[in-house]
Design a protein around this ligand. Sequence first.
Ligand code: ADP
Ligand code: MG
Length: 355
Amino acid sequence: RAVYPVAHIKRLDENVVNRIAAGEIIHRPSNALKEMIENSLDAQATSIQITVKDGGLKLLQIQDNGVGIHKEDLPMVCERFATSKLECYEDLSNIATYGFRGEALASISHVAHVTVTTKTNDSPCAWRAFYSDGKLVPGKPGTSADPKPCAGNQGTQIVVEDLFYNVPTRRKALKSSSDEYNRILDIVHKYAIHNSRVSFTCKKQGANTADIHTPSSAKTLDNIRYVFGATIAKELLEMEHTDSRWDFKLEGLVSNANFSTKKMIFLLFINHRSVDSSNLKRAVEAVYTEYLPRGTHPFVYLSLEIKPENVDVNVHPTKREVHFLNEDKIIQTVCEVLQSRLADANQSRTFYTQT
Ligand code: ADP
Ligand code: MG
């Protein structure tokens, strides 16, 4: 048997640890963007403008008109476990914001160069700060790392440059910037549909026209029509249900029996966060098998509001798959509501064709 020297155990350098941890949270540009969109929504923004270069690998910029960040807080923005949204562990059970653990920007700053420009409404000017590895750094060599005053409107602009510049394996794994850009568009579409009171814009840097622009006056249905087209939009049924037994609220727009597509379009929001639930998806599809031709699928947009204490939010940020208390019962109830909605619509359709 070969004899190997036994290596000694050594503590990893803090920045190495943080970079590894960051890579587990931020897999690709669209993960980073989702976190930043949620921050803008947490900051009460009504306008969110996104600019992208090279699928977000070169540049990912997001500008909002939210409440901004206090100048004194700027040194902590990219610090791990620093947040304005949670004060004690108990707060976790009724958290109403998307963010709560101050991990996103910290992670991003460990795998990219981050610039934050922000202005609160009581500040006479905006402030700009640069970050690397969780800390403030000088914008130019030889200058101080302190935030610098500059001109700007109320709100926050975050610029993420050269994502994964220090993680060559990750960088190599992300070969196609058009694929990354499509994932970005997908995230923006979903959040635009779910937040119809917020105007979203997304474009490539230097492009004259935006690839997404939703006005703030739009309705959810308008945004679905804008993103997925009129063919879907005209075949949608509204769903609404408040359930006292299992303590949840359901809203949705789902396609009727006239519409079908090759691949299911499933937009699920739980407590306003875009998530996956393969259990719910499977159950919903099963309801449709009775109404759709074999091998075809529906369009389903569902928004569930479940008491925060019943949703396991403290899962890993990249785990979009969520679980919640009474999951089976809630899924069953959602399916019953859907079933009766489809049955009603189908009946009135038959009725109309008969008369
Ligand atoms: P979390 O959202 O979990 O608090 P983040 O790392 O995403 O953690 O953000 C850290 C903090 O930075 C937030 O708590 C918030 O105070 C501030 N922040 C980040 N983005 C924005 C934004 N767009 N507008 C206002 N404040 C922001
Ligand atoms: Mg956040």
